[in-house]
Design a binder for this molecule. Sequence first.
Ligand SMILES: *Cc1c(COP(=O)(O)O)cnc(C)c1O
Length: 425
Amino acid sequence: MESRIETKCIHEGWIPGKGEARQLPIFQSTTFKYNTSDEMGKLFDLEAEGYFYTRLQNPTNDAVAAKICAMEGGTAAMLTSSGQAANFYAIFNICEAGDHFIASSAIYGGTYNLFGVTLKKMGIECTFVDQELPEEELDKYFKPNTKAVFGETITNPTVSIFDFEKFARLAHAHGVPLIIDNTFATPINCRPFEWGADIVTHSTTKYMDGHGVSVGGCIVDSGKFEWMTYADKFPGLTTPDESYHGITYAEKFGKGAYITKATAQLMRDFGSIQSPQNAFYINLGLETLHLRMKKHCENALAVAEFLERNDKIAWVNYPDLINSKQYDLAKKYLPNGSCGVLAFGIKGGRDLSIKFMDKLNLASIVTHVADSKTCLLHPASHTHRQLSDQQLEEAGIAPDLIRFSVGLENVDDIIEDLKQALEQI
Ligand SMILES: *Cc1c(COP(=O)(O)O)cnc(C)c1O
């Protein structure tokens, strides 16, 4: 019988046998021993399963990946050293020089840069689209060499909700997978596979860790995309891999093909492995994720409602506010709440926003988001500092936008801190 998500958070991935550690052990070992040369040789040919070198696979990492996989309802998963590595692998596993893919223009700045600048240098072209456009308009961006569609469940930092059904229809009509970065929602609040997504990525650095201790990422495959049906588009999965004596991943590994290729080929060659110690920390975070997400959402809604009523605030964007443009999409895809992050602007624009931030005591200014401690960032002065006001607008970021990440403190303390800072400007 399949357990509920709260139970999965605690029990999936590690089931100890008699006399074994109750908590997931940290396998702090680079290598794993075999008795014969032939036994190890089979591993190198992908003829047998087993651990041999932590750059490819490690038991602690695999247990944590299996837990996230179960939470998302996927069939296979892998950890990566960061969210950036997860998104890079997710695309590069199916795109090569000469290929094209489509991404929402509202995605996280780091991913925007990876897709728009760095992948371009590798010959992979990304078209960024306004995710609010109607289906017919979006359809025009597909080309014969388009290989994927990418979006975020809840965009960072503008906190907009992705319309899964619209994009899944488009992607599948063109025979390509829909890849979703589910970092802000987490599988507690949204499971994109239930809405047609094919592959999910995470920056586990955020809510999954939840305490600001370890950078990490994860890729989960639903196993639903039929690579062989579109064999011409995905030769990396559907034709022999020379670096493994001619194995064809989609034939040999079926539903596990995508993750097996990303592990055996990309992790082998690029090596962005997560340290087992960090995987252990993420696992601790996952055990309480269901409790924390609920509280983050409760606190964030109270903060959003307070800000909405304050006359020094120009605008608030939080999808769970009844007045939000995003409310209907949020209730459809994230009925139990979205996340703890909200965006708002202060009347008086950029300068007053900065002044206000400096008056806060409890909320700290950090380049981080989505953990237990309330924190904030002003993209125009920090992450997007190099952009002019016009460029900011093109990226969908208002010059006065403050990204506010509501933590797990008593919400009255968070609101009092905001109140006293607002009174001083
Ligand atoms: C932070 C973040 C990333 C990048 O993750 P790192 O772990 O910092 O590499 C990717 N996507 C989203 C939505 C993020 O918030």
